[in-house]
Design a protein around this ligand. Structure first.
Ligand code: BF8
Length: 641
């Protein structure tokens, strides 16, 4: 156990203040519902509950009490593998859907059918086109963009079994060859999703190994048809993130202003709402408000802060509390991670809860049919809803209570912006300083801390304590998703955090880089790489580092961690990083412990096959010590001190 981890001082006082207010307002929160659900179902936790057919539901007690198989004869190994694959499929579907919307938008822009949007990063478009084999020279940008979009559609429609364009174009050569040998190169994400649902339905695949290979393949779908496609096209359309210092936490809400909270994932909607919030300032003033203040929650918070520096409100487990402030005039959502509890809470405070996507609706929400072709018109409608709500809420005497808590963070770390920061140290070979620091042991290793805030682990400050433990041991942390909100609120994305938490050797490196880059202070020890789809940036960075060293990603002294995961998306992202041969730490425990086959595969056999491994640890101390042991093992294998 690492004794250096401070066990106190991470609680956000704003959470406590608003939890009390919620009780006074008679508002039930996620933590109240969690309490009522206890004890949770043990069969479900172990993964041995099967609802695939109507001879069941079946449940297998792994301790030998009762039946040993389901009514159909499925063993616990089969039941667990099928359930896990279906979770990974849910996650990959979410990411592929997100990415496909962006491909549709890119084609609409190219064909002049989405007049509210434009291509902001021609350079990235042309380089992507080059990798995809789209002819670039002498052609208008729109024609190139249309062909890039068509390359994406080709992936979603291909029936010839050939590899996905996005894998061919974007996987590093060394990883591609490894995946080819392992049978993990996928052809068409939709076919893969269909086959996964088919093979897991009653009476199909009953081979646990075959099912687990399908899970790794689903990880490949997740990364290449989801995360990477989404990040690539978002950068082309909305811009490549650049470093900036921004404000986070409850104080981003402003009394006397029209507050709009954007919640969800895809920048197609939120970027437009933010634009029209500025353009309709006059109408807000006429309604007696100072201006329209847009803030970002969850992953859309990450998308907005990374590119535009829009105030960074909070994470998924705080969405209800943000409504409880009574300061939000409209909460606008698109896809994913939107708790069904929200519209009823919004009603208590006369906040307008606005859904915008045809398959994400709620009977108590206002629905605005937002589509890129009519984006400007619909975004105005949304902002006007908020302005109208501001007047109504004022007239109704609703008094906001915004906790006086504020944090700062350095954000906007894309691979491109990181390379440009590092160029200040070595213009000819920007990655060299990092590689030298890893080789010498000044940076012992790196960990991607990603994913969600789980109310089961939030009170224990799992993410903050883990980050602190890693930093004290000279391990650099990069983040995506809601974990970044948590760590930003904890003050980890600042130069001061380097002074406070980083081990002496890591501090030396970050101080040198920070000063060379003109920050006048150390680089923060936790680097914000974006939303959950931006995990593709972490893959790109690892591939670049591994490529420079001439090794596989699986040989690097690195690990991934989803320290408080909630969603199926974390399962599919984790499945990709397992396919890439990386140690993946998960908490809470994934639902695999009812299957001896799964446990042995994920902890013993897979490491020998491609380097991937699952570490389950529900305490920060356990996670840190498991990850440090792994990093030291990898360093030793590379002959590093
Ligand atoms: O995709 S971190 S709670 S918002 S799932 Fe959801 Fe988890 Fe937040 Fe983003 Ni990612």
């Amino acid at each position: 156990m690492d004794k250096t981890i401070d066990r106190t001082g991470y609680a956000n006082p704003g959470d406590a203040e608003l939890t009390c207010k919620a009780a006074g307002d008679n508002v039930e929160l996620v933590k109240d519902r969690l309490q009522k659900m206890m004890p949770e179902c043990g069969f479900g936790e172990l993964g041995t509950c099967c609802v695939m057919c109507y001879m069941g539901p079946c449940r297998i007690d792994p301790f030998g009490q009762g039946p040993r198989t389901g009514v159909c004869g499925a063993t616990p190994d089969v039941i667990v593998a099928r359930n896990f694959l279906r979770s990974a499929t849910g996650g990959a579907s979410s990411h592929a859907g997100h990415a496909r919307e962006l491909a549709i938008l890119l084609l609409e822009i190219a064909e002049g059918r989405a007049p509210g949007y434009k291509i902001r990063e021609e350079g990235k478009l042309l380089s992507l086109a080059g990798k995809l084999g789209v002819q670039v020279d002498g052609r208008p940008v729109d024609a190139v963009a249309a062909d890039v979009a068509r390359k994406a559609f080709e992936d979603f429609g291909r029936q010839d079994g050939e590899p996905m364009n996005w894998i061919r174009a974007r996987a590093s050569r060394i990883e591609y060859e490894k995946w080819e040998k392992l049978g993990l190169i996928v052809s068409n994400p939709h076919n893969e999703i269909e086959t996964a649902m088919h093979r897991t339905s009653m009476g199909n695949d009953a081979d646990p190994l075959n099912l687990w290979v399908a899970t790794l393949r689903m990880g490949m779908v997740d990364n290449f048809a989801g995360l990477m496609l989404a990040t690539d096209l978002s950068d082309v359309i909305f811009g490549i993130p650049t470093p900036k210092v921004v404000t986070a936490n409850y104080s981003v809400l402003k009394e006397g202003e029209v507050n709009i909270a954007c919640h969800g994932h895809n920048p197609i909607l939120a970027s437009k709402v933010a634009e029209w919030a500025d353009r309709l300032e006059g109408e807000a003033k006429a309604a007696g408000a100072g201006r329209v203040n847009v803030v970002g929650i969850c992953c859309i918070g990450n998308e907005l802060v990374m590119r535009y520096g829009i105030p960074y409100a909070g994470h998924e487990a705080q969405t209800e509390l943000f409504l409880v402030t009574g300061a939000i005039d409209a909460m606008v959502v698109d896809i994913q991670c939107i708790m069904p509890s929200l519209p009823a809470i919004a009603k208590c405070y006369k906040t307008r809860f606005i859904t915008t996507v045809p398959f994400v609706r709620h009977p108590e929400a206002i629905h605005v049919d937002f589509r890129p072709e009519v984006a400007d018109e619909k975004a105005q409608e949304i902002v006007r809803h908020a302005i109208a709500a501001y007047k109504e809420r004022k007239a109704a005497g609703i008094r906001p209570r915004i906790p006086d808590v504020s944090s700062k963070l350095l954000t906007g770390i894309s691979v491109e912006s990181l390379v440009s920061v590092l160029s200040a140290v070595d213009a000819k070979d920007p990655l060299k300083p990092v590689i030298d620091a890893i080789a010498s042991g000044d940076i012992l290793g790196a960990v991607g801390m990603v994913g969600c805030p789980n109310p089961k682990l939030r009170d224990g400050a799992m993410s903050e304590k883990m980050a602190e433990g890693l930093l004290r041991n000279n391990v650099l942390v990069v983040t995506t998703g809601c974990v970044n909100h948590i760590l930003a609120q904890g003050g980890f994305l600042t130069s001061e955090a380097t002074e406070k938490y980083a081990g002496p050797r890591l501090k030396k490196v970050l101080t040198a880089i920070g000063h060379a880059a003109g920050l006048g202070a150390p680089l923060p020890p936790v680097l914000h790489m974006g939303s959950c789809v931006d995990n593709s940036r972490i893959y790109d960075l690892l591939a670049a580092l591994a490529g420079k060293l001439g090794v596989e990603i699986s040989q690097l002294p690195v690990a991934g961690s989803a320290p408080e995961f909630i969603t199926e998306k974390a399962i599919s992202i984790g499945s990709f990083f397992l396919a890439a041969g990386i140690l993946v730490h998960l908490a809470p425990a994934p639902r695999v412990f009812g299957s001896p086959f799964a446990v042995s595969l994920l902890t013993e056999k897979l490491p020998g096959l491609n380097g991937g491994k699952v570490l389950v640890a529900a305490t920060p101390e356990g996670a840190v010590s498991g990850i440090l042991a792994h990093i030291r093992e990898k360093r030793q294998a590379l002959g590093l001190p």
